[in-house]
Design a protein around this ligand. Structure first.
Ligand SMILES: [Zn+2]
Length: 244
């Protein structure tokens, strides 16, 4: 796939932002020696990108028939492009419109359960994984509701906070708060690695669906999510006293 001029500009801006974050951290730490000790970015990690749903499971469906699964995949692949451009190791849970369930699963319900189990096993088998699961929200009873929100598992509250701050700055017209994914979200509850699930927008909001269908908006989302992840990774350990 050829990158457009706009895309290169976005990549360039992201690269500058990442470099700036690195230098700012070094200055903030007071000395290069401390920074090299504390710079979490120096620890290698594998960015595992999970475009939610796929195959027989389209996820949320917009009024115009656009499926969450197709938006998630387009955005996930974009995120992968950007991450590789920055030299990060990446893995994808899917790169096509498929569900990754076992062939033995016969009902849709069993296929969905098997798919989530296999995604989880895939992430848990990758040493140094950091999971970003891409989803779209839907609230048909309140079609005005829109915006992007980050959810976290046990090890990723600070990471989700950084991602949410980036989303609030670049995407949302009203700030949202990151939230715990809870036990009801199988992948998040069973992933051992730090995991952030981003509900990037609402398929129930026609305007936001139109935006999500444009490559420019998806590029903006990908850049924003990745910038949040990189900043969250480089943040100093949280002060245990300030937990809310
Ligand atoms: Zn979803």
């Amino acid at each position: 796939m050829f990158l457009t001029f706009k895309k290169w500009t976005a990549l360039y801006v992201l690269l500058l932002a990442a470099l700036f974050a690195g230098f700012a951290l070094i200055l903030w730490q007071g000395s290069a020696v401390n920074a090299s000790k504390n710079l979490a970015l120096a620890e290698p990690f594998v960015l595992v990108i999970d475009p939610g749903h796929g195959g027989m499971d389209g996820g949320a469906v917009a009024e115009d028939g656009t499926t969450e699964a197709e938006i998630n995949l387009a955005l996930g692949l974009e995120l992968e492009d950007l991450a590789r451009f920055l030299g990060l190791d990446t893995e994808m849970t899917r790169r096509e419109d498929v569900s990754i369930h076992d062939p033995a699963a016969s009902t849709v319900r069993a296929q969905k359960a098997s798919d989530l189990k296999n995604r989880t096993a895939l992430v848990n088998a990758i040493p140094g994984a950091l999971l970003v699961s891409i989803h779209q929200n839907s609230l048909p009873q309140a079609r005005g509701v829109h915006g992007a929100q980050a959810f976290y598992n046990g090890g990723a509250e600070a990471l989700a906070q950084a991602v949410q701050e980036a989303l609030n700055a670049a995407i949302n017209d009203r700030p949202k708060e990151p939230r715990a994914a809870g036990d009801g979200v199988y992948l998040m509850a069973h992933t051992e690695a730090p995991a952030v699930l981003v509900e990037c927008g609402f398929m129930s909001n026609a305007q936001e669906t139109e935006l999500l269908k444009t490559p420019a908006h998806r590029t903006r989302l990908a850049v924003t999510i990745l910038a949040g992840v990189l900043r969250g990774r480089s943040a100093p350990p949280e002060d245990p006293g300030k937990n809310s």
